[in-house]
Unconditional design. Sequence first.
Length: 358
Amino acid sequence: MTPPRSAFDASPPGGRHQRPGGAGSAVTREWNPVTLVRSRFQHWWQSRLPLSDSVLLTQRNVYILPTRPGFMLALTLMVLLVASINYQLNLGYLLTFLLAGSAVTGMHVCHATLRGLAMNLIAPPAQYAGAAAIFDVQLTNTRRSVRHGIGLSVLDAPGTPGSRHWAWTDVPSQGSATVQVGFTPARRGLHRLPTLTAETRFPLGTFRVWSIWRPAAQVLVYPAPEHRPPPLPPGEPRSGAASAAARVQGSGDFDSVRGYRRGDPLKLVMWKKAAKADEQGNGLVVRDAQHAQRHELWLDFARAGSLDTEARLSRLCAWLLQADRLGLNYGLRLPGVEIKPSGGEAHKRQCLEALALC
């Protein structure tokens, strides 16, 4: 699968480039030199920030600039000052300097809202590709006053302003608050968490104070399971066993799963399917232990169909989850990796990690 071009890709001559997808789906866009320069500068600047899962905001990593209302307030104050000087209005002077003092006080309060705040990241668990990876960030306030209106978000991708999803909170005095931030990893593998930004405009909204944070934690992304996978592959005879391979039923169950017989041990009953049984017990299924002992379920990359690599891994992931739901022991074969048949949550995670890192 060809990855989409980013703002860091060089554009072809003529100022236009075409996304992959063929002539029938040609989509062009203008090459913007301002966006390109901004993106490269932002990438260079972020690469100089240290990687850490905890950060203390100080005057060295907290930035402040006026907002649009702040610029409008400054323009209004200039007009009031000029009018007061021109017409010698004492009340005009009073109003101008009163508003200017309020703006300066608001700037100090706004900067102090972030300054001194400690942020600690709690790494997220592994996720499937295409699903939102949500992680927690704990904000700790050591001072005796409440910090209001603090927002956290994933830093904007270049050229996509306004697409952030903010998580807002107030941090109590000498206490802590936890906010949840999420992003959607597009591909499987081991990914570093995206760059985060913390922001506040409290109390007047005339100044924007923000900080940039690069977490060091990583998240493991499993392949996305295939929505409608084919039935599980047939079982393979155990090494040294001279018996035929188990066949797969239309529902994806092995022949080692049979109907319940009076006297069968309860530990062999597949209770996940017990809801289909009637009052007489018809519909209960159990594992045929003697049959299962002669066969092994192998989820093989080479037998996952004539698909590309990502589609095969998605099918293997769906088979793996299906076998785990049925309580079957299964093994996994990938190029250069072989995991012996087993069961349980630890084995499931081991196989999913192998699929993610393949």
